[in-house]
Design a protein around this ligand. Sequence first.
Ligand SMILES: NC(=O)c1ccc[n+]([C@@H]2O[C@H](COP(=O)([O-])OP(=O)(O)OC[C@H]3O[C@@H](n4cnc5c(N)ncnc54)[C@H](O)[C@@H]3O)[C@@H](O)[C@H]2O)c1
Ligand SMILES: O=C(O)C[C@H](O)C(=O)O
Length: 337
Amino acid sequence: MVKITVLGAAGGIGQPLSLLLRLNSKVSELALFDIVNAQGVATDLSHIPSTQKITGYGPKSKTDITQLQAALKDADIVVIPAGIPRKPGMTRNDLFKINASIVKSLVHQAGLICPNAFICVISNPVNSTVPIAVEELKTLGVYNPSKVFGVTTLDNLRLEEFLSLSIKRATGKTVTPAELRGDVISIGGHSGSTIVPVLNSWARNLSSEVYDSLLHRVQYGGDEVVKAKQGRGSATLSMATAGYRFVSHLIEALTGDSVVDEVAYVKFDELPGQVPDIVADNVSYFSLPFKLGKTGVKLITFPHSLSDKETGLMAVAVNQLKDEIARGVNFVHPSKL
Ligand SMILES: NC(=O)c1ccc[n+]([C@@H]2O[C@H](COP(=O)([O-])OP(=O)(O)OC[C@H]3O[C@@H](n4cnc5c(N)ncnc54)[C@H](O)[C@@H]3O)[C@@H](O)[C@H]2O)c1
Ligand SMILES: O=C(O)C[C@H](O)C(=O)O
């Protein structure tokens, strides 16, 4: 049985994600923390029949950390959707100023209170907030490369859905997103041109025009939602679905004997498995597919069949990621600037 702590649980992602976790019978305890209204959300969810223990926590004053620490006690998995979302016209990097401190302080407490927990960072900009989480855990001496993830599952959901639509448009054939799942993956980072969809043999079905519009939609799917919500936030329901897909696989890996396939943004240089030189020579973080077991990432399983176009996209991604990773690392170690 598993204890999960959601930090930022009263937000647009936090609430539906907590609902989905409330419905998972393998979660024995769900602790919800937010600076506002986590107790209200927990009370609401507690009326859904379950054997699960559910608790809500919020700070009693601006400097109170006891409630956060209580929420984190004995957590096996910590999920972090805390922080501000984008408004139209903003990039994810514009969120750094506020979200960097939020992620650093939350991960600091997680490192102190539940150092063996899996840490799943949703807060943007993921390309930089994950390096912040890693560096913070390193300063505490509790960093485990197999257990820290940037959640990029939404890029994979988008790829599966939009590719299914593109194949229909190009060929008239129906291939469901479920059939594409696992066969196509999104690697790289989680923003614009750092997102690299890997289409495997499905690319053959698409004209260059259809491919280009698919690529744009996967890379800029987040902007599409931000624009459509007209200043009322970014993707929340699709993100909660994506976050739940990732976290439920972690739960499966933790509670069963099976090894699960997943994709996330990880610091790969201390993990088993190989990545191409163009990635390994330039960055140490990348969203990659891997085998997941009880102790976290067991093996990176980089796809062998990248097209020339995808290899080119990877070079672009790596270049942009370099700066975004450095920004996260420098935030925790300003003296290295
Ligand atoms: N990784 C992804 O694919 C992905 C997808 C969508 C959104 N996001 C990001 O997720 C984050 C949250 O998005 P949202 O739509 O849920 O935003 P939101 O504003 O609706 O919710 C964020 C919640 O975090 C809480 N919060 C703020 N500071 C906190 C702190 N120090 N401790 C605990 N809680 C705190 C807020 O009170 C709020 O309830 C944003 O940064 C957004 O960009 C990431
Ligand atoms: O676009 C955003 O700001 C939110 C999220 O990263 C997304 O991809 O939808």
